[in-house]
Write a protein that binds this ligand. Structure first.
Ligand code: GSH
Length: 226
């Protein structure tokens, strides 16, 4: 299938954008990357994602697709080489379930724990640990969530090796301890060593500054509440 014109509107600090770029690279699809300034959103982003006004957006031959999990499925259905989702319907359903779980419970759980302070922090850390424990069970005994090769769920959980560490640092906590989550920990090391993944990660320092600044901003809002 001809590739057509493929553009990604993303943000270098966005874990949701990274997974879309990884998927395109895995498929060997050439694309133009457009960096969005999320503090001053472009007319292009507002035109292509008027509802959520968020990155990433994939624009294929002028047609926009938004929401990273939807984009991953679109990429998988459009370019067949290196399939991302498993073949078997039940396995596909499971991969989708855990992807949704990871975004809803683990990403937001980790961010919640990063932001929380005082007593709330302990509760938030405990709740993030509970969610990570479910993912730990999913990866136990496997090299990748996709089996021997990385697949859909690996890309979705792919924020952990870098973004989670940065959130831990910014929030002054540890969530993915090797002793507590040995399988996830090993998976994270295997994942980040894949050249294609490694090459398309934002610099750690840039990400750390971004999270630190976001956290300070949110805390200043809370302090200045009337
Ligand atoms: N569920 C969305 C989440 C995307 C998202 O939250 N993007 C953030 C950047 S990490 C964004 O664009 N935020 C801008 C805003 O909220 O105004 C997806 O999977 O694509």
């Amino acid at each position: 299938m001809p590739m057509g014109e493929v553009k990604v509107i993303g943000a270098a600090t966005s874990l949701f954008s990274a997974r879309v770029e990884w998927a395109l690279k895995l498929k060997g699809v050439a694309y133009e990357y457009i960096e969005e300034d999320l503090r001053n959103k472009s007319p292009l982003l507002l035109k292509y994602n008027p509802i959520h006004k968020k990155v990433p957006v994939l624009v294929h031959d002028g047609e926009p697709v938004s929401e990273s999990l939807v984009i991953l499925e679109y990429i998988d259905e459009t370019w067949k080489e290196n399939p991302l989702l498993p073949e078997e319907p039940y396995e596909r359903a499971l991969a989708r379930f855990w992807a949704k779980f990871s975004d809803e419970k683990c990403v937001f759980g980790a961010w919640g724990a990063c932001r929380a302070e005082g007593e709330e922090k302990e509760k938030a850390i405990e709740s993030a640990h509970e969610s990570l424990a479910y993912l730990e069970k999913q990866i136990e005994g496997k090299k990748f969530f996709g089996g021997e090769q990385i697949g859909f769920l690996d890309l979705v959980v792919g924020w952990m090796p870098l973004w989670l560490g940065v959130m831990e640092e910014a929030g002054g906590m540890k969530l993915l301890e090797a002793e507590k989550f040995p399988f996830l920990h090993e998976w994270a090391q295997n994942f980040i060593e894949i050249p294609l993944i490694k090459e398309c990660m934002p610099p750690r320092e840039k990400l750390a500054n971004y999270f630190q600044a976001s956290l300070s901003y949110l805390r200043s809002l809370a302090t200045n509440k009337p």
